[in-house]
Design a protein around this ligand. Structure first.
Ligand code: BGC
Length: 428
């Protein structure tokens, strides 16, 4: 049950209500208000509000209700793929006004820092212990999840790969280009975009609004700088003002020039659809786009190809969706039950088969996943892993907000020097 409705239910007793409110404000402690727990439902906030993403969430909810028949799943989410600034602001307001969902999705890694600092989410280390989760998630992921003091604040549902180029082989073949979509570097990719444009493909690369532009920028930085120097951008060891960054930003500018002018009004999935429909040859997007491509029996390797984005072969640009437990909620047991399903073998299997990602657990059989996903298992287990910036793994929300603002401004003015200075400043 939603916290406000719950408070209404106990409004008859003003004394009880004030007790609850003071407990909420202080952050709740398991076991301190047994008489008010209903365990009737769990409110779950995500931005998987429509289309293929909602299908994954619905499946997870189905598994939840099978595993915990006494608790109802309540979809408490909002539109705004990728945790767009609007959806993040909405969540922030709810947290600040002490109207939190019981649990909310956020990216594992630095994105959680601001929520932890603000006291909005609870330490889940005891739950990890109880469910034996430290043993079932890979070390690389556990390193992302642990704070400096060794605590863990979220349970990952999946692992997504961000550095992917999706291509329509029929469009490439028609114009005499290699249909594999593989590019060793950005220069050769840009050369093919030019060829396509000259041949009359008006917008060879499809691009969408806001965070998808940051996503594109991150893959260009990775492609140009390589894994180590890309990592250095987020830990301060790579100079934002260096010539390699300038070269990457020049490439990024060129890529935008080959894209649809409608990009600011377009959501990520509509940009994927442009490739599916042959209006564009390419799109750079994470593997949550898989269901868009795999719809209506389209075949991997034949009707669409997906490969590491230009210059990033052999690197896994990582992000993970994860679920938290808010402070100040009345149904901690229900929230824990949700987290248990999220972490369960069955939950991870069913959810990820639909979502396009791979399970965070290491004990789910890769044989149960599709051909693209098998390549993701392979790369995640063998390649160097870097953290996605657009999807909260590399930097806290506050820094990402500045980076996004810089990308939005650049889309309008195309000023490379200004973008580079703004990116450098975002780190400070
Ligand atoms: C999330 C994915 C989601 C995608 C598009 C990413 O940031 O991690 O789960 O599908 O954004 O909304």
């Amino acid at each position: 049950m939603h916290v406000n409705r719950k408070l209404a239910a106990v409004a008859a007793s003003a004394a009880a209500l004030s007790l609850v409110l003071s407990a909420c404000a202080a952050g709740s402690t398991p076991g301190d208000k047994p008489s008010l727990r209903t365990h009737e439902d769990v409110t779950v906030y995500t931005w998987w509000a429509s289309g293929v993403e909602k299908q994954g969430l619905d499946k997870l909810a189905e598994v939840f209700e099978q595993q915990h028949p006494g608790i109802t799943f309540v979809n408490d989410g909002v539109m705004g793929g990728g945790g767009s600034s609007t959806s993040k602001e909405y969540l922030q307001t709810r947290l600040e006004t002490q109207d939190p969902p019981d649990t909310f999705a956020a990216h594992a890694g630095a994105e959680l820092d601001d929520y932890i600092e603000g006291g909005f989410i609870q330490d889940l280390t005891p739950l990890y212990k109880k469910l034996g989760l430290k043993e079932v998630f890979p070390k690389s992921l556990m390193d992302q999840l642990k704070t400096q003091d060794g605590k863990i604040y979220s349970v990952p549902s999946n692992i997504h790969r961000a550095n992917l180029l999706w291509a329509n082989p029929a469009v490439l073949e028609k114009h005499g280009l290699d249909t594999s979509g593989q590019y060793e570097d950005l220069d050769s990719f840009i050369a093919d975009l030019e060829t396509l444009k000259q041949a009359g493909v008006e917008y060879p690369l499809s691009v969408a609004n806001e965070w998808p532009q940051v996503h594109l920028l991150e893959t260009v930085l990775l492609g140009e700088l390589g894994a180590e120097a890309y990592d250095g951008l987020w830990d301060g060891t790579t100079d934002w003002n260096g010539p390699e960054v300038t070269a990457a930003l020049e490439d990024y500018k060129q890529l935008l020039s080959f894209s649809n002018p409608t990009r600011n009004e377009m959501e990520w999935d509509a940009a994927s659809t442009m490739v599916v429909e042959g209006k564009s040859a390419f799109n750079i997007m994470g593997d949550w786009a898989l269901p868009v491509y795999a719809a209506e029996g389209r075949q991997y390797g034949k009707d669409y190809v997906v490969v590491p984005s230009p210059g990033t072969n052999g690197v896994f640009d990582f992000l993970a969706d994860s679920f938290t437990m808010s402070t100040g909620i009345l149904d901690e047991d229900a929230a824990r039950a949700w987290l248990e399903t999220v972490s369960s073998k069955e939950g991870q299997l069913e959810f990820n088969r639909i979502k396009g990602s791979i399970p965070a657990r290491t004990d789910v059989d890769p044989g149960q996943f599709n051909e693209y996903q098998k390549t993701a298992f392979e790369s995640f287990n063998n390649d160097p892993i870097v953290s996605s910036v657009a999807h909260g793994a590399a930097v806290p929300v506050s820094q990402l907000t500045k980076i996004t603002a810089a990308a939005v401004a650049f889309e309008k003015d195309g000023d490379v020097a200004k973008l580079q200075a703004a990116l450098a400043a975002s780190a400070g």
